[in-house]
Write a protein that binds this ligand. Structure first.
Ligand code: ADP
Ligand code: MG
Length: 353
């Protein structure tokens, strides 16, 4: 039984919050404020006391520089919660920051949160529980590719198929959406982090230099490309010489990076192909017409759009501001929750029995 009066009070005196809890970045949208938090999904834990010493950007600063008693923890591995307590603490910390925006909003917030497509019910429940225990009054779960599609303002309810490829840090979500639902999808455990590791392996083998994770990511973002460049791009890398053990510098080009990440990128293209192959022909014809849409930070990899378009013979568009597509979608859902109930994942606790 719901009380309309109580609902009105909640609307006046609580925040509505949209969260994209990504493997690489967590973003928070607050109704009436927009996107208020963008932080890496990383914490630093003191292994002696078990306490969190840093969260988000502060913790990312520490990557590769931690003394023995500090451990860097990424609470999401392969898109699902691998460390429940830490996830809950991060969410609680962000919700507290949100609460400070308007202190008179003293009720606990209502939250829309994204999860990768195709995760198990148990994994979805873990996200719900962590969000509730972090202080949410109600938790609504949406699959990330659906949230991204809504964030990009695709007409997800039309009888027209769209293919979204959301490439994050730990996972890539490939999903075909039509009539308000996900028709086909594939969740790959291959995304931005893997490309960083590819670069580390390549530089170790070819240059005999040991690179840190952060440096590898910087190189990828600065000069990474999987398509021909009009002029070669270069970056200077610094790491440890594997022979002498001393610091060493070298110049790496976009051609090196392309070779380093080539196999992983081919696997990604193959996975998109497989999803297309299992998609009903009518919908494939829609996609050929509408084009493939890239979202997530990986969408910004140089030349990925061109490569996919060339390999699949389908036009490709990169979403505007691809890193925020999911949280913008969560925000749009929040603005009119009732109208979006049909695309949320069902809450088993609330199902009629
Ligand atoms: P998640 O949803 O898993 O948190 P994001 O959508 O936030 O992931 O994307 C993070 C990933 O995007 C990281 O692996 C990062 O290296 C990558 N990324 C961000 N910007 C770029 C860029 N310009 N080129 C290539 N990769 C990028
Ligand atoms: Mg994401």
């Amino acid at each position: 039984m719901r009380f309309p009066g109580l609902d009105r009070l909640y609307r006046l005196f609580s925040h509505d919050v949209g969260i994209d809890l990504g493997t690489a970045n967590t973003l928070v949208y607050v109704k009436g404020h927009g996107i208020v938090i963008v932080e890496p999904s990383i914490v630093a834990v003191n292994t002696k006391t078990g306490r969190l010493v840093a969260i988000g950007a502060d913790a990312k600063q520490m990557v590769g520089r931690t003394p023995a008693h500090l451990e860097i923890v990424r609470p999401l591995v392969d898109g699902v919660i691998s460390n429940f307590e830490v996830t809950e603490e991060i969410l609680a910390y962000f919700l507290k920051r949100v609460a400070r925006l308007e202190p008179r909003k003293f009720f606990r917030p209502q939250v829309v949160i994204g999860v990768p497509s195709g995760i198990t019910n148990v994994e979805v429940r873990a996200v719900r529980d962590a969000t509730r225990q972090a202080g949410a009054r109600a938790v609504h779960v949406v699959e990330e590719p659906m949230a991204a599609a809504i964030g990009i303002r695709l007409a997800v309810r039309e009888p027209v198929g769209n293919l979204i490829v959301d490439i994050g840090g730990g996972t890539a979500d490939i999903a075909v959406i039509s009539l308000g639902g996900i028709v086909r999808s594939k969740n790959l455990r291959l995304a931005g982090d893997r490309l960083n590791r590819d670069i580390i392996a390549y530089v170790r083998d070819e240059f005999k230099i040991l690179l840190g994770e952060k440096t590898a990511e910087e190189v990828k973002i600065a000069i990474g490309s999987v398509w021909k460049q009009p002029a070669p791009l270069e970056a200077t890398i610094r790491g440890r010489d594997l022979v002498t053990g001393l610091p060493k510098e070298a110049v790496i080009t976009d051609a090196d990076v392309k070779e380093a990440i080539g196999l992983s990128v081919s696997s990604l293209v193959e996975a998109v192909k497989e999803v297309l192959e299992s998609t009903p022909p009518e919908v494939v014809s829609d996609i050929m017409h509408q084009g493939i849409i890239l979202a997530g930070g990986g969408a910004l990899l140089g030349g990925l759009g061109e490569l996919l378009a060339h390999e699949l013979k389908i036009p490709v568009t990169i979403a505007d501001d691809p890193l925020t597509a999911v949280v913008r979608g969560a925000g749009i859902i929040l603005e009119n929750l009732e109208a979006h109930r049909d695309i949320l994942l069902p809450d088993e606790d609330e199902l009629p029995r």
